[in-house]
Design a protein around this ligand. Structure first.
Ligand code: DC
Length: 222
């Protein structure tokens, strides 16, 4: 099986680009952030503070997550039997996902699920630690980034389209905090793998970014 690892901070365009490339290559796209978001949502819905390590650890045996794909090939998330694909996309869940993701027991709990997908399918997997921890032997590793302002603007437009009332300033502030927390945590922090190709998409349009990404993958795969 082939695997492509894409890591980078929030809003760098990982999911949009990875999804587009997966379609072109006929690979399965796996959004690992969605799995952490399920744990964050579970904590919120059960009155557990996402930073309360013992409480989050204690709830893990009850957290049943499954990942499926609909007819159009889009990833859907089920949490304890309920479809939560849309519910995990709120700013509150983003912050909760980042908080629970710093807990080593949470990361260990989700590791097999991610590796299992790569054992069974050709995957493009995106997250924070895919090239460093989840798939250290990935065929291609990419570290995707963009300026905080460019990333916050994209995320703000996405949220606005969904009717979320968050302001641009709030989105930018949350994003900077989340990146800092994700990069400075002890367990599998966000960082580029030594053998990752760095791609900063700030100056590029979506189509240009897809073309650049495809070029990197084609060059590495030969
Ligand atoms: O990719 P995302 O923004 O949906 O991810 C939500 C949070 O989950 C992110 O702030 C950090 C965490 N995460 C992680 O720690 N490791 C991953 N591989 C993916 C996400």
């Amino acid at each position: 099986m082939k695997s492509i690892a894409i890591d980078g901070p929030a809003g760098a365009g990982k999911s949009t680009l990875a999804k587009a490339l997966a379609k072109k290559l006929g690979y399965l796209y796996v959004d690992t952030g969605a799995i952490y978001r399920c744990v964050g949502l579970y904590a919120i819905e059960h009155g557990i503070a996402p930073r309360d390590i013992p409480a989050v650890e204690a709830c893990l045996p009850k957290v049943e997550i499954s990942l499926t794909y609909d007819e159009s090939g889009s990833q859907r998330m089920q949490l304890c039997g309920a479809d939560v694909t849309e519910r995990i996309r709120t700013p509150e869940v983003s912050m909760a996902a980042s908080a629970v993701s710093a807990i080593p027991a949470v990361r260990a709990f989700l590791l097999d699920m991610q590796r299992d997908m790569a054992r069974r399918y050709d995957v493009i997997m995106d997250g924070r630690d895919i090239g460093t921890v989840v798939l250290p032997h990935a065929d291609v590793k990419i570290f995707l980034t963009a300026s905080p302002e460019a990333r916050a603007k994209r995320r703000f437009i996405e949220l606005q389209a969904k009717g979320d009332p968050a302001s641009y300033e709030e989105v930018l502030r949350d994003m900077i905090k989340r990146d800092k927390d994700d990069s400075t945590r002890a367990a599998a922090p966000l960082k580029a793998a030594e053998d990752a190709v760095l791609l900063d998409t700030t100056p590029y349009s979506l189509d240009e970014s897809i073309a650049l990404l495809q070029k990197i993958v084609e060059e590495k795969m030969v």
